[in-house]
Design a protein around this ligand. Structure first.
Ligand SMILES: [Zn+2]
Length: 447
């Protein structure tokens, strides 16, 4: 069956309907009993059920089974025949608060320059920093809202949103506030994805604070300020508690600086991510492993698992790194769009499979190295360029991604009792997800 192009997928708020049913769809629940210990290559994991109904009441999934909706009355009925329904997509790595364009860098890279060569010519993160600092908070907020709505219209029901183009304490606070304010303004309208805010202060050098050491120290000293800003917005719906991240890489932050920053953040109750081992084996995985091990050894009562949430990029991660990370409950995240736009190697599905490690797949949406707000295309590239199997991609952009954000209790699977968050696309088998590379065959997003 050829995929047809739906102009705009319908956005359906489950809460607007007392009852909502989908009839006779192929349903992929992504559900399984033991979500941390499974072999993510198994097709069984998709939880596929043919000719299946889904019943939603008051925004909560009440039934998933063939004929479950047969006797339900007074419901809005969505015909699912010829369609696949699966959990809404989860994008666990994005940089969506920025101004300006870096299209000239895309051209330079097309001519053969590397990311590091572009940066050496005055390009890179600093270009986005200048444009972002020059933009008003209202401009940043409204461009963020547009991007978030765009993601939702492409099936993303939850995303992680990093700061990182402020590059001093005051500006990073401003970007974080823009994120919170955007979600406060839109609250109750159900039009934005769930958002997990991440403070990526240590993204590059700060122009005011000479030396990366000074900048890291300034950020550590300001953690109480970041924490109290997040506290001020803690009653927002559909917004997670604040986490932090660091760009640990050759010519950026060192292992020692990252250790200091991440340890201090953990002490302030913030969970952590690490940009790790993208251009070189620079210690990102090792830092995450050491932190997670230390947490397990020193703390017996408080929550330990899931505090070191994810390590992202991983071109230079070793098999041993990946195995240790999995044992410690730290989710590897691969970012195929960055490989596509920067001409760097793809992390191969085969490599993860050979050591039995699952991974999340994310967009890395940002103005420079992944200027494309499309988790769908990231999944497509993971399949065709990274050699990931269909179940690996589909769990990578749902269940595994939810784990990388620490929201797996409420997101990433279709399950009775959980809030209804799902997408419906034209197709008759799981492979039909890849019928178009950007999800033009997406028909509905239900949140
Ligand atoms: Zn990134």
């Amino acid at each position: 069956m050829p995929a047809s192009i739906s102009a705009t997928p319908e956005l359906i708020s489950a809460k607007d309907h007392e009852r909502l049913v989908i009839r006779n769809a192929l349903v992929l629940t992504m559900n399984c009993d033991n979500s941390t210990e499974v072999d993510s290559t198994s097709p069984v994991l998709l939880g596929a059920q043919k000719e299946c109904d889904i019943v939603v009441e008051g925004g909560i999934v009440k039934a998933i089974a063939p004929n479950a909706a047969a006797n339900v009355t007074g419901a809005r009925v969505i015909q699912g025949r010829g369609c696949v329904v699966m959990p809404g997509l989860i994008d666990s790595h994005t940089h969506p608060v920025f101004a300006g364009s870096r299209a000239t860098e895309t051209v330079l890279k097309a001519q053969g320059l590397s990311y590091e060569e572009v940066a050496a010519r005055g390009g890179g993160i600093v270009v986005s920093m200048r444009a972002t600092r020059a933009a008003s908070s209202n401009e940043l907020k409204s461009s963020y809202i547009q991007r978030a709505k765009q993601a939702l219209a492409r099936g993303v029901v939850a995303w992680e949103a990093k700061t990182g183009y402020g590059l001093n304490v005051e500006q990073e606070l401003r970007l974080l506030e823009c994120l919170f304010e955007a979600h406060r303004d839109e609250q109750g309208q159900g039009l934005l994805p769930f958002m997990a805010p991440t403070l990526l202060g240590p993204h590059a050098a700060s122009p005011e604070l000479h030396g990366l050491d000074n900048y890291i120290q300034a950020l550590i000293d300001a953690l109480p300020q970041f924490s109290s800003l997040a506290q001020k917005y803690s009653n927002l719906e559909k917004v997670k508690t604040l986490a932090v991240d660091v760009f640990l890489e050759r010519n950026y932050f060192t292992r020692e600086q990252a250790d200091r920053w991440l340890s201090a953040a953990l002490q302030h109750g913030m969970d952590v991510h690490v940009h790790a081992d993208e251009f070189s084996r620079s210690g990102g995985c090792e830092a995450a492993i050491a932190l997670a091990q230390k947490l397990e050894q020193t703390s017996s009562r408080t929550r330990v698992r899931g505090r070191v949430l994810s390590v992202d990029h991983l071109q230079y991660a070793t098999d041993n790194d990946l195995l240790k990370l999995q044992t410690l409950g730290v989710m590897p995240v691969v970012l195929p769009l960055t490989s596509f736009f920067s001409n760097i190697p793809y992390v191969e599905g085969r490599k993860l499979r050979s050591v039995g490690v699952r991974a999340a797949i994310a967009s890395d949406f940002n103005p420079g190295t992944a200027p494309m707000n499309s988790l769908w295309f990231a999944g497509f590239l993971a399949l065709v360029k990274g050699g990931f199997a269909v179940p690996e991609v589909l769990t990578g952009i749902t269940r595994n991604a939810a784990m990388a954000m620490g929201i797996e209790k409420s997101h990433g699977v279709l399950q009775v009792g959980l809030p209804a968050q799902m997408i419906m696309f034209e197709g008759t088998c799981p492979e039909d997800f890849f019928a178009t590379p950007t999800g033009d065959h997406l028909k509905a997003v239900i949140i």
